[in-house]
Design a protein around this ligand. Structure first.
Ligand SMILES: [Fe+2]
Length: 121
């Protein structure tokens, strides 16, 4: 868990954002653990169960990404740029930014996630 201190100063929206982000971290960690257990087990029935559970966690993680996309215009813009593309990812970035590394069509126009800078925290 990583919290800005004092947590009580965070807005309601930032706390909700944090809940989703922390849940996503937990789902990604679970995906990784189930995948590793499936990889090493010698028991095919255990392997099948680990892969089943991993895939359930993938569903949960994607649901959380979608939740973030719906409330965070920057997630929406980046997902529209990168998700379900087939070019090499760096080429997608070059196409989106004209090689500058900066997208010109951010929904908010600020390039900020709206959650405040983490510099010097
Ligand atoms: Fe889950």
């Amino acid at each position: 868990m990583s919290y800005y201190e004092p947590y009580s100063e965070l807005s309601g929206a930032a706390k909700e954002f944090d809940r989703v982000i922390q849940s996503l971290i937990e789902e990604l960690d679970a995906i990784n653990l189930y995948n590793q257990r499936a990889d090493v087990t010698k028991d095919e029935s255990v392997k099948a169960l680990m892969l089943h559970n991993r895939n359930e966690e993938i569903e949960h993680a994607v649901m959380l990404f979608e939740s973030l996309r719906r409330v965070t215009p920057e997630f929406d813009a980046q997902m529209k740029t990168y998700v379900f593309t087939s070019l090499p990812i760096t080429e997608v970035e070059e196409n989106a930014t004209g090689g500058s590394g900066q997208q010109g069509s951010s929904s908010s126009g600020s390039g900020s996630l709206g959650i405040g800078s983490l510099k010097n925290k």
